[in-house]
Design a protein around this ligand. Structure first.
Ligand SMILES: [Zn+2]
Length: 121
């Protein structure tokens, strides 16, 4: 396991209490992923839980569920999307806010270092 801050490879220190994430439905049934996340004890950053491959830190939904939710949110209003996804309005709004934040972060990192100006006058 590696420290989520510096990436140093460390052995497992302990595990968190069991956590749950809503995942994509299976056969029209709501599917929840349950796991206790390993924690590492980094000399620099202290005891931290490792990054899980299925969800972002502090998320209550898997990345696949959020991807699907964003597709629905792009196609209908937030109230209808929440109804289709069986989420509260606030949960749907939170997923949308996180997607916008990720989009803005991506936009900032793809800014051009140099631009060319061609004078037409
Ligand atoms: Zn570290």
């Amino acid at each position: 396991m590696s420290c989520p801050e510096c990436g140093e490879l460390l052995s497992v220190n302990d595990h968190t209490k069991q956590r749950s994430w809503r995942h994509l439905d299976t056969c029209q049934l709501q599917t929840i992923v349950h796991a206790s996340i390993p924690r590492v004890d980094c000399a620099t950053h202290g005891v931290l839980q490792v990054q899980v491959p299925w969800a972002e830190p502090h998320a209550r939904f898997t990345m696949l569920f959020e991807r699907f939710a964003i597709d629905v949110l792009e196609r209908c209003n937030q109230t209808k999307a929440a109804e289709i996804l069986e989420l509260s309005f606030d949960e749907a709004h939170h997923i949308m806010e996180r997607a916008v934040t990720r989009g803005l972060l991506r936009r900032k990192t793809t800014m051009a270092a140099h631009i060319g100006v061609d004078e037409k006058a």
